[in-house]
Design a protein. Structure first.
Length: 136
């Protein structure tokens, strides 16, 4: 079974560490890439930095909702524009990471077609299980 390649996009180094450790503990996840903001993620994506990991599995993107400069939602909207323009492949699974239970955030996540789900921080075993279930 091929492991799931992952990109964690979060401005908080501690949150990225917790996600990385939980995914490693759970197993089934492959190379884990990191970006500390939406612009850095999009730059890495455009440069092809994630391609070495995308074998036969789509890239799993765990995107923080609230980041400086560009929110997770703004980053995903720009990603969708790149996919529509044909400059990026659509084989990605996007899940939003948040510590917020703001209903507006959840509504906004539902409005972007490429967002597959929502996982709360700090990620725990239930969150990892949800990621596995939504990834399929």
């Amino acid at each position: 079974m091929t492991e799931i390649p992952v990109a964690i996009v979060d401005d908080n180094v501690t949150d990225r560490y917790i996600v990385r450790r939980r995914l490693a503990k759970a197993g089934g996840f492959g190379k884990i890439f990191e970006a500390d903001n939406g612009d850095d993620f999009l730059r890495q994506l455009k440069n092809g930095d994630f391609q070495s990991a995308t074998t036969d599995k789509p890239l799993l993107i765990l995107m923080d909702v609230n980041m400086p400069r560009k929110t997770g939602f703004e980053t995903i909207a720009e990603l969708e524009s790149l996919i529509e323009a044909g400059t990026q492949q659509p084989s990605m699974v996007v899940m939003m990471l948040t510590s917020s239970s703001n209903p507006r955030d959840m509504e906004q996540a539902e409005q972007l077609a490429s967002i597959n789900g929502y996982v709360f921080k700090p990620i725990d075993d239930e969150g990892v299980h949800k990621i596995h279930a939504l990834y399929r």
